[in-house]
Design a protein around this ligand. Structure first.
Ligand code: WTA
Length: 655
């Protein structure tokens, strides 16, 4: 692809960190210098500084059989010990590890000493159930402290967890349990979502039910946390209540050291085929980069900061920036069980006020939905404790970035836009808040120690001012080590495209601006080709949401007889506008607006005004379904949508 993304919104604003921020910042330009001088030595230093190794490593990177890397290969450590015991041993046992807020308003604050003891008990329960080194444990829990404790207990005994997001169906759970061959499932009766208990145990029962196909069931036990008051079915001998077995277990448990490359977890993510990929991460390298990135990207001062990442543990962000990074660094964090709008639309801001959150990390989708409701809701709360904001998961358009900074960050907090993937394990591209002058909409620069480039189809650098494909050019500590049970798919998906160069292909389009800053342009599957011009869906969406009438927008490339592909936009209009303007006029205005902003080539062929967009439970827009509508086809598989009814409404609105 001679990828020249034709236009990028002209965003020239820059926000250097304040002097006050720089003075207290944990990072400095020296980080970049030492990483550039000797990358491997840099990672070795980070790992030694941030972690405690039971057996120190002498080798840093073994890349002798690419793409299978070994980091710190001859070292040994225990991941849970690093996240818990050592903080207690260092005298910080009384520090709060988790401020947990339940959706109905119940709450618990758990110190490092308490969490350590709980995890030791759970580890003893696991061992009593025959779970040990290399066994797989599925975790299907709401956002409750037991979820974090379960992950750490599994890690402590050297087993492998596979967290399955609580919003997934029984079928998805079953296929993940089967693929990993899990011996144990940890679940709950349910969890609170939007004011009621959403049941989990029945899905586990259904997933484990005999289908009469003679298949061998691998699950031996189900450990059940009681969170709600709902009735559950019980299978004697298989099912155990957490509140009966955990408090009865011994609080003594010695953490054994495991090799650096011991598998830590499998996390399933969707690929281009229907079968989810079990992304495999290991211990020493993963924990090094999770802790490193958490410390420097979020400028963590563990004694004083209160950190909150809104991600669910069912996603990679919940693994690296709820469970592992913050706890390895001895941080105090908030975790919240429910939805942002329950029982009122200011719930998140209320939590920030209550716990005096200083570092806040969330997704652009959430920010845009708050924009839609308006600034009067956050204005009712005291958000003055916030000093740093983060964004992850999709490109953040400059308008949302500025709103985030102005309305949530009082016009002064730095914003770090962090690019990474389930596969990369930890943040790869981001500003460092005490060093980088931030630019709204740009993820900016690779972290010290990370090598990123933008290349064309042949693997040649495109250079500043040009667009192409994002690649990682050197191995990194928290890189995926494979796809569970499918080494060929691992090689094919990520390494074959640039085999000659040995680059990791991320699947994202990106552009380097004149300063060399990175702008993410969405998945390359979402890049459109209109009359031979390459256009990014993300770019046109950004233009659409920059219009004052627009609340949200999704753009797809639909097959077109004349132009190859045509741009089709689905737009949600702000309520105040909808009442005062006729929809046909607004649609036409938006077409012209995009034409003005980007160029005539980008002007959408169709703009459909809709009430909702089809989103997965993690908030990603399913453009595939919109493409079906735009191309007049029957809408495909909607089972992974948060709200499966939404597509019939959109189809009706489009007609
Ligand atoms: C997208 C989430 C733009 C990207 C951590 C990537 C982003 C995919 C950003 C991975 C960002 C993530 N700017 N795009 N800051 N962060 N993405 O595996 O397309 O759920 O490939 O990991 O999200 O999604 P995943």
């Amino acid at each position: 692809m001679s990828s020249q993304i034709d236009h990028l919104l002209d965003e020239t604003r820059q926000f250097p960190p304040s002097e006050e921020f720089v003075a207290r910042s944990v990072s400095s330009p020296a980080l970049y210098e030492s990483a550039a001088a000797d990358r491997e030595a840099f990672w070795a230093t980070q790992s030694r500084e941030l972690l405690e190794w039971h057996k120190p490593f002498t080798q840093v990177l073994d890349w002798s059989t690419p793409p299978f890397a070994k980091w710190f290969g001859d070292g040994e450590l225990n991941v849970a010990y690093n996240c818990l015991d050592r903080h207690v041993e260092a005298g910080n046992g009384d520090r709060v590890a988790l401020h947990w807020e339940g959706e109905p308003g119940d709450s618990r604050s758990i110190t490092y000493a308490e969490l350590t003891e709980e995890v030791k008990r759970v580890a003893n329960v696991l061992e009593g159930l025959g779970i040990g080194h290399g066994d797989r444990v599925a975790i299907y829990l709401p956002m409750i402290p037991e979820a974090v404790a379960s992950m750490l207990a599994v890690a402590r005994v050297g087993a492998i967890h596979s967290v399955v997001f609580g919003g997934f169906s029984a079928d998805s759970l079953r296929s993940r349990i089967d693929d990993a061959g899990a011996k144990l499932v940890i679940t709950a009766d349910g969890g609170y979502r939007k004011g009621r208990v959403s049941a989990l145990k029945p899905a586990v029962d259904q997933a484990l039910a005999d289908r009469g196909d003679g298949e061998q069931q691998t699950v031996e036990h189900v450990l059940v946390v009681k969170r709600g008051e709902n009735e559950v079915e019980w299978e004697e001998g298989r099912d155990l209540w957490w509140h009966e077995v955990v408090p009865a277990a011994s609080p003594e448990h010695t953490a054994e050291a495991f090799p650096a490359e011991n598998p830590l977890f499998i996390l399933y993510t969707s690929g281009t085929t229907g079968k989810p990929k079990g992304i495999l991460h290991t211990s020493g390298g993963y924990l090094t980069q999770a802790a490193y990135s958490h410390k420097y990207v979020f400028d963590l001062h563990p004694e004083t900061d209160v950190y909150w990442c809104t991600a669910d543990i069912g996603w990679i962000t919940g693994h690296s920036y709820v469970a592992y990074g913050p706890l390895a660094n001895g941080a105090t964090q908030v975790i919240y069980e429910g939805t942002p709008d329950a029982p009122h639309p200011g719930r998140w801001w209320e939590i920030i006020e209550k716990y005096k959150v200083s570092i806040f990390y969330t997704a652009p989708t959430a920010i845009r939905s708050f924009m839609k409701i308006g600034r009067s809701v956050p204005a009712k709360f005291d958000l003055s404790s916030l000093r740093l904001l983060g964004s992850v998961g999709e490109p953040i358009n400059p308008e949302a970035w500025i709103w985030y900074r102005d309305v949530i960050g009082a016009g002064k907090t730095p914003i770090v836009d962090t690019w990474w993937q389930t596969e990369t394990g930890a943040i790869m591209v981001s500003a460092l808040p005490g060093v980088t002058a931030t630019k709204p909409g740009s993820a900016q620069v690779p972290l010290p120690g990370i090598s990123i480039d933008v290349v064309d189809e042949s693997g040649s650098e495109v250079g500043n001012g040009n667009g192409g494909l994002l690649v990682v050019t050197e191995p990194w500590p928290s890189m995926l080590r494979g796809i569970w049970g499918d080494p060929e798919r691992f090689t094919e998906t990520y390494w074959e495209k640039f085999e000659k160069q040995g680059y990791y292909f991320a699947g994202d389009g990106a552009r380097l601006d004149q300063d060399g800053d990175l702008w993410l342009l969405g998945r390359v599957d979402d890049v459109m080709n209109v009359s031979g011009h390459r256009l990014s869906t993300a770019e046109i969406e950004s233009s659409l949401v920059a219009h004052e009438a627009t609340a949200e927008a999704a753009v797809v490339g639909a097959a077109d007889e004349t132009t190859g592909q045509a741009v089709v936009a689905f737009v949600i209009i702000k309520e105040s506008y909808l009442s005062a303007h006729d929809p046909a006029g607004l649609a036409q205005q938006l077409r012209l607006w995009v034409g003005e902003q980007i160029g005539a080539i980008a002007r959408p062929r169709d703009v459909y005004i809709v009430g909702e967009l089809p989103k997965t439970r993690s908030g990603k827009i399913m453009r595939r379904l919109l493409r079906d509508v735009a191309e007049g086809r029957e809408v495909g598989d909607t089972t992974t949508l948060a709200d499966t009814a939404v597509m019939s409404i959109i189809s009706a609105q489009v007609k």
